[in-house]
Design a protein around this ligand. Structure first.
Ligand code: AMP
Length: 536
């Protein structure tokens, strides 16, 4: 009998996590302790003081929204003060606080958990479920992340894996995993487009498959477009109709909101299969001490009208990604669907209309990423089994003294890959050290991009060569100097708001000695610091 593999593939999703494993060359999803194919990516602190993970956490989410964390994937690896976190803060029912290192963290009861800790509970659960199902220790994993994840986010997922007791053999991009699930060992030569509409984000990638060489040609997406936006449209509609029918406002209590949101999501999913549904929520509010129920009908046509513009937005992004490399729609041989929201009939009709052919059937949108990760994990021992050629999703560069962003690694740069630049030559007025702030994004102002970290160099580094290198996992290394003097540097992203405030204050005090490769951490951070100190 073949030796049992102890490595798993994990699709750590916004909404759900899927685990897969290859046995005798066949990848299969590992069922959860409840026999489901997905584990809800949720962690909760129950009133009993127990930490709940997966299904049990989801079960009590309606009654315990403050202490139930979902959507950690949108927060992990982001500074608390980043625009993304500040925007999510008001939309999420649980409390987001600054962690010890300035990163976003969550507060459950009196406990503050970092996001890698939250995700590590989900990953540890995935590990436990696999061990029960496979009958042995599981110590290694390949974990997938969105193609657009930056260096901080990738590192944070690796850290989560470590905390869960897993050796993360590789961080793999989700669209590449989906393409692997479709094309691995099938001797195909095709251009495929991966259309991934998940719970929170939309991603699109075009890959060239040539036997077991998987090359990403172009990639793009929107990190704030996904199933939850569809749910929100339905929920808003339901509240409007209820208010018209009942002539009264609907309570904005977190429990009522959470119930309506869950009902909206269920209705939306049911409408993928049946043409009309009734949303029913008994005792949603009360009038003069008497319970009032919510009963609102919804048809698929209504759902389509409420969300057509969201679907249209995905195709504007698809066209933009194809245009990056001058690829015509007709050149796409197959469209692969990933993400639960791609099950919506409106999405599938739109794909058929856009590409003149229906999306590929037989690649399961919820499972293919985990299956691809498991296939890749299984192939790791075999030399040259698979070649992955990836591309950089977003430019990486530094902030210039004016605050403008200077890209060094361009979008779609094949990775692994590197580019270098020179620090300006030394000048009389130089400060004692050079501070280099690195960002990732395509905005012209550095502060509008994602802050990756700061590199503090001695003044003697002026004029030296700096190389930015992204490895196969999308992780960044910065090397300063040349030849025997070249030294790899760690980026410090551990700046707490206080530390950044001190740096800014120092710089203000030093007016004349403004560093030449300089300012701006996060835009949100800067503006909140300015507000805090009454400047600007
Ligand atoms: P994922 O992040 O891939 O797990 O996708 C989860 C999203 O897919 C959630 O917003 C779900 O509401 C949505 N979803 C799951 N199944 C369906 C379905 N049958 N029809 C429409 N949306 C769905």
């Amino acid at each position: 009998m073949a030796e049992r593999s102890r490595i798993i593939g994990i699709d750590l999703g916004t909404t759900n996590t899927v685990v897969a494993h290859v046995r005798n060359r066949i990848p299969k999803v590992v069922p959860s302790e409840r026999g489901n194919l997905v584990i809800p990516s949720m962690v909760a602190l129950a009133s009993s003081g127990d930490l709940l993970v997966g299904g049990p956490a989801r079960d009590q989410a309606v009654t315990n929204p403050r202490n139930t964390v979902s959507g950690a994937k949108r927060l992990i690896g982001r500074p608390f003060e980043s625009l993304a976190v500040q925007e999510l803060k008001s939309a999420l029912p649980y409390e987001i606080v600054p962690g010890p290192d300035g990163a976003a963290a969550v507060k459950l009861g009196e406990r503050v958990l970092t996001l890698p800790e939250v995700s590590s509970h989900v990953l540890a659960h995935a590990k436990k479920v696999s061990e029960l199902s496979l009958g042995g220790l599981v110590t290694e994993a390949v974990i997938t992340v969105p193609a657009w994840y930056n260096d901080n986010q990738r590192s944070a997922v690796k850290e989560a894996g470590r905390l869960a007791g897993l050796e993360v053999k590789r961080i793999l991009n989700e669209p590449t995993a989906a393409a692997l699930a479709y094309g691995f060992n099938r001797k195909l030569r095709k251009k495929v487009l991966v259309y991934d509409l998940g719970g929170g984000t939309f991603d699109v990638s075009v890959l060239q498959l040539d036997n077991n060489v998987f090359e990403v040609l172009a990639t793009g997406g929107d990190t704030f477009l996904g199933g939850v936006d569809f749910d929100r449209r339905v929920a808003e509609h339901v509240v409007r109709v209820f208010e018209q029918l009942e002539g009264m406002g609907l309570s904005t209590s977190p429990v009522a909101r959470q119930r309506i949101q869950f009902a909206a999501e269920s209705a939306k999913m049911d409408l993928s299969v049946i043409p009309n549904v009734m949303l029913e929520l008994p005792f949603i509010t009360e009038r003069r001490g008497k319970p009032v129920d919510l009963r609102v009908p919804l048809t698929r046509d209504q759902l389509n009208a409420l969300t057509q513009d969201l679907v249209d937005r995905t195709f504007a992004i698809v066209d933009g990604v194809l245009a990056q490399k001058g690829i015509r729609r007709q050149e796409i041989d197959e469209v692969l669907l990933v993400g639960g929201q791609s099950r919506m009939p409106l999405v599938q009709q739109a794909i058929t209309a856009h590409f003149g052919k229906p999306p590929r059937k037989g690649v399961h949108p919820d499972e293919c990423v985990a299956l691809g990760a498991a296939l890749f994990a299984d192939s790791l021992g075999a030399l040259d089994a698979v070649t992955l050629l990836d591309a950089l999703f977003m430019p990486i560069g530094y902030a210039q003294p004016s605050g403008a962003f200077k890209a060094v690694l361009e979008r779609n740069l094949p990775i692994p890959g590197a580019r270098s630049f020179r620090l300006p030559p030394p000048r009389e007025s130089d400060p004692a050290e050079i501070s280099l702030e690195l960002f990732q994004g395509d905005a012209q102002r550095a502060g509008d991009n994602e802050f990756l970290g700061r590199l503090v160099l001695p003044a003697s580094a002026a004029g030296q060569k700096v190389e930015l290198r992204v490895d196969a996992e999308g992780l960044l290394t910065v090397t300063v100097g040349e030849g025997a003097n070249a030294r790899a540097h760690q980026l410090s992203t551990r700046d707490t708001p206080e530390a950044v405030r001190r740096t800014l204050a120092d710089r203000d005090a030093r007016k004349a000695g403004e560093p030449r490769v300089a300012p701006a951490p996060e835009p949100g951070l800067l503006s909140s610091l300015k507000k805090m100190f009454g400047r600007g």
